[in-house]
Design a protein around this ligand. Structure first.
Ligand code: ASP
Length: 582
């Protein structure tokens, strides 16, 4: 080894030892008579020192010629510092340098390799290998590593086998476009990169591997959205001879295990909400339940607190939804105007916002006093269970748009009130999703999860008459308002699978051409099975207290889907094109 210790491990007990360290020069401080160098490696920083009169002149000169990010090997004696630095684990000691060996010089780095850097995103990504030397980046990847180890440990202890599935495959439908790879040996033909290992894990079940997992790369060619990566990692799992409850228990256990081992947080058993209830209470199928402020339905879901006064805006609306804001009666006109502008932004799409507040004396004041008597407003207050000093913000419009807007407004208010704390964790299951959703554009039913999801047994009959009413045996795992996992009990019966393909508008020929291998496998003893996949990057980011997944990936793509370090994607040369028949 080129070193005896790391830059993070020497303590006062090592005083007097002769040690050799290797690392990068982080900072040189030259005070004339004294010279200090911060030497950094993955484990920390150790201070090297040299002193005029004590240190040999050639050595002093060699130390003076070191620049930032030079890689060196330094030998010396551990001594106690005159002025200890209690912010550094190695702050009680320093190394009196006796020999320095330059292993490799460095050009001047394009940004500061410090916890706080002056490098913008693009520059950091272009020189990611330098960015990786920064402690905040490294610690996020260390967290990711620990998470992966805990996932393996938990699943291994429960007899799950880690099996690799192929990357060059044929399409797996998860609702996105495939990335495709042209074949040289089969000109004009293409592989697809897996959007998930879905069909393979099901085939593993047919193959008798009754508990499978894989921490696996998946690829989805989707339109760009902030914080989406075209390649991402899933903890992909499947089990045989199980029912929904078994899967929920097993993977709830995994999440709780991770929260406990990684964050030291213990959660009670997770609540469960049906899709319908989640939409009604939060306007969202991945509700953030770290705070209340649940939606109040003034019109819709069987309520009507708004009709009969000739207020056109509410009369023509399919839905009128309130968001209660405890203590919000103090909001000024200006704040209310600003929130009104917020809901009118194109991303939210509301035409305006109505408010009502309960004054300290219990009287009611609203922006629609012209239309609604106190008695009518009183019914709003009761519906929303408002206390003196509370505010109700109300949006109205078409069904889906209004729920979406109310949900977004609730989250925004929660954010502004500091109720969405990154160090607080609340998770839940959302269950009983619809099996199918109607796609206006293609005028056909689409699988809400994917086409291998089983309907709940009581609903199989409904599939032909009223496909929209069929509930799926599917579930999502939600953490702090983010969907961190989703899965389902699968269809294992060939004829039911064929029936579902038909409901999705595939002709028998198409179904056969695309998924014949799976339909065939179902004729050779497919066991009942189900599974789930957890988004590993997102899970790491949430546990790391961050909204963005990018820093939890060693070499991420930017928001335009480019790797700016290796400059990909890029063109291929004419010869390669010819070989591929492109
Ligand atoms: N393959 C699914 C997905 O990627 C997960 C599952 O159903 O297990 O979302």
């Amino acid at each position: 080894m080129l070193r005896t210790h790391t830059c993070g491990e020497l303590r006062i007990t090592h005083t007097g030892s002769l040690v050799t360290l290797c690392g990068w020069v982080s900072r040189v401080r030259d005070k004339g008579g004294m010279l200090w160098i911060d030497l950094r490696d993955r484990y920390g920083i150790t201070q090297l020192m040299a002193e005029e009169g004590q240190t040999a002149p050639e050595l002093l000169q060699a130390l003076r010629s070191l620049g930032r990010e030079f890689v060196v090997q330094a030998e010396g004696t551990v001594v106690k510092r005159y002025a200890p630095n209690d912010k550094m684990p190695t702050g009680d000691i320093e190394i009196r340098v006796e020999r320095i060996n330059l292993l490799n010089p460095s050009k001047l780095p394009p940004f500061l390799v410090d916890d706080e850097t002056d490098g913008g995103d693009d520059l950091r990504m272009q020189y990611r290998y330098i960015d990786l030397r920064r402690q905040p980046v490294r610690s996020k990847l260390e967290l990711r590593h620990r998470m992966a180890q805990e996932v393996r440990r938990y699943l291994d202890e429960r007899a799950f086998l880690e099996v690799e599935t192929p990357v060059l495959i044929k399409s797996t439908p998860e609702g996105a476009r495939d990335f495709v790879v042209p074949s040289r040996l089969h000109n004009g033909e293409f592989y697809a990169l897996p959007q998930s290992p879905q069909t393979f894990k099901q085939l593993l079940m047919v193959g008798g591997f009754d508990r499978y997992f894989q921490i696996v790369k998946c690829f989805r060619d989707e339109d760009l959205r902030a914080d989406r990566q075209p390649e991402f990692t899933q903890i992909d799992c499947e089990m045989s001879f199980v029912e929904r409850e078994d899967i929920l228990q097993t993977f709830e256990g995994l999440l709780l295990h991770l929260l406990k081992t990684i964050k030291g947080v213990e959660l009670p058993p997770l609540p469960r909400l049906s899709f319908h209830e989640a939409m009604m209470r939060y306007g969202n199928d991945k509700p953030d339940i770290r705070f209340g402020m649940e939606l109040v339905h003034l019109k819709g879901y069987g309520h009507d607190h708004t009709s009969g006064v000739d207020f056109g805006v509410f009369d023509s609306a399919e839905r009128v939804v309130g968001i209660p804001l405890p203590g919000g009666a103090e909001y000024t006109r200006k704040q209310l105007d600003e929130l009104t502008e917020w809901v009118k932004r194109p991303q939210i799409g509301m035409k305006g916002m109505v408010w009502m507040r309960v004054e300290a004396d219990g009287s009611l004041k609203s922006s629609v006093d012209k239309f609604y008597t106190t008695d009518r407003l009183q019914s709003w207050r009761e519906a929303a269970q408002l206390q003196a000093g509370d505010l109700l913000l109300v949006v109205a419009g078409s069904d889906s748009l209004t729920l979406k807007a109310a949900s977004a407004l609730r989250l925004e208010l929660g954010e502004r009130l500091g109720l969405r704390r990154a160090d607080e964790f609340q998770a839940l299951w959302v269950v009983d999703f619809p099996l199918l959703e109607w796609d206006e554009e293609s005028a056909r039913w689409m699988a809400m999860h994917h086409p291998f999801t089983s309907p709940i047994p009581e609903h199989i009959e409904l599939l032909t008459q009223s496909p929209g009413a069929v509930l799926a045996n599917a579930y999502d795992l939600v953490l702090n308002g983010n969907e961190v996992g989703g899965g389902s009990i699968r269809i294992h019966d060939r004829s039911l699978q064929a029936q579902l393909f038909e409901a999705l508008g595939f002709s028998p020929e198409e179904a056969n051409q695309k998924f014949g291998f799976l339909l065939n496998a179902f004729e050779f003893g497919a066991p009942p099975h189900g599974g789930i996949a957890l988004g590993f990057d997102r899970l790491c980011a949430l546990m790391g207290g961050s909204e963005s997944i990018r820093d939890f990936i060693a070499f991420p793509k930017n928001n335009a889907g480019r790797d700016v370090m290796i400059d990909a994607p890029g063109p291929i040369d004419a010869q390669q094109r010819r070989e591929l028949g492109l």
